[in-house]
Design a protein around this ligand. Structure first.
Ligand SMILES: [Zn+2]
Length: 326
């Protein structure tokens, strides 16, 4: 049973907003575009893992996707966690392409792609660390944890997994995503003793759901140009030109003539992604590039936003039905 679905990563949404709004030098722009495509590929791999987990018989398991749990002044992340009465199983998803040489004896993974070798941290070690953090988190919360296994799922179908030292841990822990279900099945056959009651499983799931803190990158720590250098204005949903004009209740694009009734909502979201979830009517009119504060107020009042304060100092932030992240 799936207890927690995977949310679309907020980091991807924020990277897209940065690339839309900040005037970046070519090198920084390329770095961020690279990061965005890596994050998108990672997310695609995780969704692939979700698909294969949903296809197997998972009646015996509680499945939680995408957990980020605060523990000992840091956070540990688990791409997918399976909880059963007999064992726990964190699974880490990797989307690396090319030839992948696993060298756990040196705690490294060597990727060869287009003739270039690149060294990564060993995903087996990374996932093992996540498993031990999960164990220590459960102990800290007064649970006696059952055995914890772990797997590394390689989602890129073009990747070639190699195990040059014929290390047993590699063949035990690493597999292509479509094979994850078989690995789980053989682990399931290995464990017979019930360590957790149904009530304890429920409690653990509840604790993990309650503790989960989604990652929201802090834009101020990302070495970006000053905030007052961003491109303001409403973006045309048709041709992506920024600077639509408000005429007779609609936004019109100077570039392609496209008309939109609600293009200001995406602009408001961009403002929230960049400056945080609070805005005044003056800040909104400045960001949209409209001169009338009244118009800005009218637009804000037509959107589901919560308000604090009154008159000039009124601050608007996303309301319950405002879909900031999807
Ligand atoms: Zn346009």
């Amino acid at each position: 049973m799936i207890e927690k679905n995977r949310d679309f990563p907020k980091e991807i949404t924020i990277l897209k907003a940065i690339l839309r709004r900040f005037m970046l030098n070519p090198q920084r722009k390329a770095e961020l575009e690279n990061k965005l495509s890596r994050k998108l590929a990672g997310y695609k791999g995780e969704k692939e893992l979700d698909y294969h987990l949903s296809q197997m018989d998972h009646t015996k398991f509680k499945i939680l996707h995408d957990l980020r749990i605060p523990h000992n002044n840091t956070h540990f992340q688990i791409d997918s966690l399976l909880v059963s009465a007999t064992f726990l199983l964190p699974i880490d998803s990797k989307n690396y392409a090319g030839v992948l040489d696993f060298n756990p004896e040196f705690n490294q993974l060597v990727q060869t792609l287009n003739g270039i070798e690149k060294v990564y941290q060993d995903p087996i070690l990374q996932t093992q660390i996540q498993a031990s953090q999960l164990k220590s988190f459960l102990i800290k919360n007064q649970f006696s944890p059952p055995p914890i296994e772990f797997l590394v799922s390689i989602s890129n179908s073009q990747a070639m997994i190699r195990n040059p030292a014929n290390n047993k841990e590699v063949s035990k822990r690493v597999c292509k995503t479509p094979a994850v279900a078989y690995k789980i099945q053989s682990l399931n056959e290995k464990y017979h003793k019930d360590f957790l009651s149904t009530k304890e499983i429920k409690k653990i799931v509840k604790l993990l759901l309650r503790s989960h803190e989604p990652y929201i990158p802090d834009i101020r720590s990302m070495n970006l140009p000053p905030m007052d250098h961003i491109q303001k204005g409403v973006q045309c949903p048709e041709c992506v030109h920024i600077g639509m004009m408000k005429i007779h209740g609609s936004w019109i694009c100077k570039q392609c003539g496209h008309l939109s009734k609600d293009a200001h909502i995406d602009a408001l979201k961009d403002y929230f992604y960049i400056f945080g979830p609070a805005i005044t009517s003056r800040q909104f009119s400045d960001f949209l590039g409209i001169s009338s504060i009244h118009q800005s107020k009218r637009l804000l009042s037509s959107i589901d936003l919560d308000t604090i304060g009154s008159k000039k100092g009124r601050v608007y932030s996303p309301g319950k039905t405002f879909r900031l992240w999807d």
